[in-house]
Structures are given as structure tokens and as C-alpha cells.
Design a protein around this ligand. Sequence first.
Ligand code: TYD
Length: 202
Amino acid sequence: MNCDYVAFEGIDGSGKSSIIEQLSKILNENKIENKIVREPGGTKVGEGIRELLLSHDYKVDPLTEALLFCAQRSQLVNELIKPSIQNEIKILSDRSAYSSVAYQGVGRELGYEKIYQLNDIAIGGFWPEKVVLLDIDPLVSLDRQKVADRIGSDKIEFFQNIREGYLRLSEEFSESFLVLDAEKNLEENLMKICNWLGIDKA
Ligand code: TYD
């Protein structure tokens, strides 16, 4: 595998989790040690913050939301991601700081550049080396969703803007992004990911 830290991004219901699980299995078969982490969460502090962020019980102001995402992310990078990589464990991350640029920066209109900078501070510049973006029309993805959390139950325009935010990121950072059509079948997308990451698919 040609990198240590790869993130999977996309709007709610884009199918990140299934792809990550399959990829992790392939890595295991190839005896490549790997860990799946999820954002928000991944650490004890982060899971506590996750509850504040996603429960329908709280009304969270947009800037507070952005700062809470940064807080759980700072903890995750320092407590889990960096030490794992130092121990030669590959990180497959279900979301990353790029989610915040798309969701809080563009979706919540806090500013693409501003939220990028805020996250850059939170993670000390430790961005994922590669990003798989599962691109999909929100009309399709939201239909796939089973139970929506607080953020995932927003209106369709919110997700259309987030999708645009992701596509802007993929253009700005084209050398580290792989954009896939999330409506294509999982096997096909998995094959593309393996080729891109330099993994043999048994
Ligand atoms: P997640 O658990 O990945 O949910 P899903 O599997 O539905 O994608 O993410 C939870 C929600 O948090 C999701 O609606 C996206 C949102 N989110 C942000 O708004 N900003 C962020 O920085 C992150 C990591 C997630």
C-alpha cells in the first residue's frame, strides 16, 4: 500500500462504511496491518463529543459544531492516528478534516477557507495523505439512509452544497483525491481503490 493514512469521504448515505470494511479485509488478507477509525469519535473523548454532535437532544450552534469536530479530531490524531502510523499500522478513516470543510465550511456556510485553516490548526497540519471521495446525488443517498442523526437529517439543499464543497476540494487537491461514482457497484469501486492505493486484490 502506497500510503499510511487514507480517508473516505462523501455525503451521508454514500456507502463509505461498506467500502472501508471490504478494504480492511483485503489488507488483512495481504497481511497489511490496518485500523479503521471513525469521525466523529475513535477515542473515549471523541465518542463523548460524538454524542454531543449527533444526538437529536442538543441544539448546536454552527461554530460550536465546527469547534467540537476540531476538538475530537485533535484528540484522535494525537492519541490514535499518529501512534498507529509510527507502529506501521495503516489508517483507514471514515471521514476526516475534509468533512468539516465540506459540511461546516460550505454546508453551514462558515467559510471553506476559514474552516480549512481552523482544522489545519487542530490537526497540526496532519491531513490524510489520500482521500477517496464517494460522490453521489443527495436525492439518491438520502434515500439509502436508515436512521439519520442530527446533522444527517437536514434538508436536501444542505447536502447539495456539501457535495459541491467536496468537488471543490477534489479539484483543489486533485493529486491526493480519487473521486468515485458511489452509484457504481461496490466491487468495481473497490477495484479502483486497490489499484490507486497499490494493493493486490487477491
Ligand atoms: P458519520 O458517522 O460518518 O455518519 P454517516 O455514516 O451517516 O456518514 O458522520 C456523522 C455525521 O457528522 C454526518 O452527518 C456527517 C457529519 N460530520 C460533519 O458535519 N463534519 C465533520 O467534520 C464530520 C467528521 C462529520
